[in-house]
Design a protein around this ligand. Structure first.
Ligand code: GLU
Length: 303
């Protein structure tokens, strides 16, 4: 397959969608991003990368980062993590408080904000510095020591993050946080504010395509845990539209309100698409279409 040709074609095809979505504006620093951008990168399990469009432009990773903190927490904590966070789709918006009250402070899954806060809290206990462990992992998987968070976006989130603070305090009241709320939020906002491009994210996701094996050949996750993570991405990774994403794309994926989506073809590829215009669920309009075109044209999906 000529992957470069395919990515070029897909990039051409999604151009009419670039003014269809809405840029996330609940984080003021994100509202200023130009929506007419699209990038797509593909990394093979052998470590080769190609891309098209704005694939080398950095953007705010946002919830795509939840993939990496979950992998690191699972690697360190194993099954114990699942006592504090579930693994069922929520069917609710990513920042919903309602379900958390019904379910006594145990978030439905690690990809809604409440669940990601629990994962960050656990990683903070296990490593002493959740943010640094995520950053160092990404630097080593991409070979790029410059990867860091964008301070303006992290501050913007901290200033307007009342809902995340409410989720964290609420879980603390149920005894489901081990660290002070302020510390958990700071580490969470910093990982959300990571600035990376499609090529870097595609490389960083390769351990999931390689069934748990990192860029240096060492094992991060057991084969079973890598399968489980891909399963949770498929069922919970794209907000309350995970069913529609599975229907259209048929791959494990994790999206973020910065407009990025990481998608995995197990045993073969890690893909990252980015376009800032979002649909009403928070998924990139052109990004989902690009992945839909990719699996339709190649016939590669998990089904
Ligand atoms: N930092 C964002 C928040 O917590 C992440 C949202 C997302 O990308 O889903 O609201």
């Amino acid at each position: 397959m000529d992957e470069q040709q395919l990515l070029n074609d897909i990039t051409r095809n999604v151009q009419p969608l670039l003014d269809k979505g809405r840029v996330a504006d609940y984080i003021p620093a994100l509202a200023r991003v130009n929506p007419r951008q699209f990038g797509m990168a593909l990394a093979t399990v052998e470590g080769e990368v190609c891309g098209a469009g704005d694939w080398q432009t950095r953007f705010s990773v946002q919830s795509v980062a939840k993939t990496f903190s979950l992998a690191l927490a699972l690697a360190a904590d194993g099954e114990r993590l699942w006592q504090r966070v579930g693994r069922e789709p929520s069917g609710n918006p990513f920042n919903s408080l309602v379900q958390l009250e019904y379910e006594q402070g145990i978030p439905r899954n690690p990809f809604i904000n409440a669940g990601a806060l629990v994962v960050v809290d656990r990683l903070l206990t296990l490593t002493g510095d959740s943010w640094a462990s995520v950053r160092d992992f990404l630097r080593s998987e991409t070979g790029n020591d410059q990867i860091d968070f964008d301070g303006e976006i992290a501050n913007s989130e901290a200033s307007y993050g009342h809902r995340n603070a409410a989720l964290a305090h609420f879980m603390a009241s149920y005894g489901n946080l081990e660290n002070p709320v302020g510390d958990v939020l700071r580490h969470y906002f910093q990982q959300c504010a990571l600035s990376m491009n499609c090529a870097e994210l595609a490389k960083a996701g390769l351990f999931l395509a390689r069934h748990g094996i990192r860029a240096d050949g060492s094992r991060l996750l057991s084969r079973s845990d890598a399968k489980r993570m891909n399963a949770v991405m498929l069922t919970c990774g794209t907000y309350d539209a995970a069913g529609e994403f599975a229907y259209r794309v048929g791959l494990p994926g994790k999206s973020g309100v910065g407009g990025g989506i990481l998608a995995i073809v197990p045993g073969r590829y890690s893909l990252c698409v980015w376009s800032p215009g979002l649909d009403s669920h928070g998924n990139s309009v052109a990004g989902v279409e690009a992945l839909d075109l990719f699996t339709t044209r190649t016939g590669l999906s998990v089904f």
